[in-house]
Design a protein around this ligand. Sequence first.
Ligand SMILES: [Cu+2]
Length: 225
Amino acid sequence: MTFARLLSAMAVACLVLAAAAGADGTPLQGSVGPGFTISVLANGSKVTHLDAGSYALTVDDKSDEHNFHLQGPGGVDAQTDILGTGTSTFNLTVVDGKYTFICDAHPTRMTGSFTVGPVQSTPPPKPAAPQKLVLTLTAKALTLTNPSGARVTSLVTGPAVITVRDRSATRGVKLRGGGVAKTTGIGFVGTQTWTVKLGSGALALTTQGKKPALAGPRVTVSSSS
Ligand SMILES: [Cu+2]
């Protein structure tokens, strides 16, 4: 073999290797839970950038209070159920752009992303957005959910915006704990927005006014680090 032929054979070998890295169905491993952790790995390393192409993403959802939800360009939208657990495989075709994965129950705390193809430098990280919550009092129950309607039982310390929907004229919503003390008042019927800063501890969600008082969910607030 001449030197030129050897070089050309090596070039072909390199092209084959490069193609293999982005070949159809390259495996990726997604994981969420059991704690506040979410990740996408390839061969054991965190994925920050991929070539455009097809991937087989296997997600191990280890928690019944978290889920894995990946979205990005090209119509990619793969998610597991918040309440469900187990392994799911998604066949993805990714195109140039940025892909983000979150837990829908804790989107500000449990989030990650990777880029595909030639992408400009990433913008600086934004400060954490407040946790958005909906606290609803009816004649029979007091519930705390996220804006998508999923029940919330754990929160992280920091800013929160709580939309309080008080539908009872005989009871008021009462929130104590985490350095917060708030009430809608017994006779109030309508919606209030509480902007609070949650400290760590247990939140007591209950009602005042008509007996018996209604108890909301037990919610623990813990530090994100
Ligand atoms: Cu979560």
